[in-house]
Structures are given as C-alpha cells and as structure tokens.
Design a protein around this ligand. Structure first.
Ligand code: FES
Length: 180
C-alpha cells in the first residue's frame, strides 16, 4: 500500500516536472519572438528595397518627374534634343568631376537623365534651371549641367546615378535594376 502511494507521488512529480519544462520552453519562445522577428527585414523594408518600375509614357521633353525609391528621391528628366546636344558638346574631361555624358545615360535612350535628387555638397534637392540649362542647388549655389555633372561648386561630385534598366520598348524604366 505504502509502495503504491510512493509510486503515485513519483509519477506526479515526473508529470509536474515535464509540464514545467514545457511551459518554460513555450515562455522563452514567446518572449524571444519579438526579438527574432525584429532581426529580419519587415515587409515594408523588403518592399522599399525592391526595384521600382516607372512609366515614362506621357513624360514630355523638358519635363522632370519625381519618384521615391529606397527612401531616396529620384529625378527622372526627359531631355530635349538641345539638352542632349549640350551635354555631349561639353568637354567632360575638363569638368570638376570628369565624366562623359555617355557614362551617365543609356546609349539607346539618351533622352532620359535619371539621378538621385540630392546635391553632393550637403544633400539639398537641386532645382531644374529654366530653359533646359541643367540644375542649380538652392542651398549654396552649386550648378549641374544637362547631364547632372557639377559645373560650379561648392559641390565637387556629380549628381549620383541610381542603377536602372529600360524596358525594351523604352516606355518604362526599372529603378534599382542593372542594365543587362
Ligand atoms: S547643398 Fe548644394 S551647394 Fe550646398
């Protein structure tokens, strides 16, 4: 009789012990989940880092459209034939940050200038100059030509070009993708 009582008590202890371990493990997992999920990228981040497709249909020559990609302002400017000619005429090697226009725009679609919308001096957003004369920074007066190359400081670098690739029909561009 006494043996049986001991055995029952022993079984109860074992059962209680297993239950305690289970509850403990579940508690740790529950407590750790916010930390684990915080370490991975959230949906918003994944969405922001994905390439951005931009339709170019309807963007007239001389017009600039603005888009946000990865939290950054992107300026997409439709250059006129005069703006393209001016960019090609300029001696790229004589500029503050020497670079040929052909290194900054697509050979197939040279009418599109796509740059990050931040002055390399201190990050202000440059404005398009009237009459297709390039860009000017409202903060300290840096100027950029129709290729986004700096022609007057204090900026010492050209407007940055984000990776982009044109759809074969030329009617849209994918920001954040590399040309094949
Ligand atoms: S931020 Fe553009 S010139 Fe200073």
């Amino acid at each position: 009789m006494e043996d049986n009582k001991d055995r029952i008590q022993e079984q109860r202890r074992e059962c209680l012990c297993k239950l305690t371990k289970f509850v403990g493990a579940a508690g740790v997992a529950t407590a750790a989940w916010p930390l684990i999920s915080a370490l991975g990228p959230d949906e918003k981040t994944v969405g922001e880092s994905a390439p951005l497709d931009v339709s170019l249909a309807g963007v007239a020559a001389g017009q600039t459209i603005r888009r946000i990609w990865q939290g950054k302002l992107i300026l997409i400017h439709h250059r006129t034939p005069e703006e393209i000619a001016a960019a090609r005429r300029a001696d790229g090697s004589a500029l503050i940050a020497p670079q040929a226009d052909s290194e900054r725009v697509s050979a197939q679609y040279p009418q599109w200038l796509i740059v990050q919308g931040y002055c390399p001096h201190a990050g202000c957003v440059p404005n398009a100059r009237p009459g297709g004369q390039g860009w000017i920074c409202p903060c300290h007066g840096s100027e950029f030509d129709t290729s986004g190359r700096v022609t007057r400081g204090p900026a010492t670098a050209n407007l940055a070009i984000p990776d982009h690739a044109f759809h074969p029909d030329g009617l849209s561009v994918r920001i954040g993708a590399k040309e094949a």
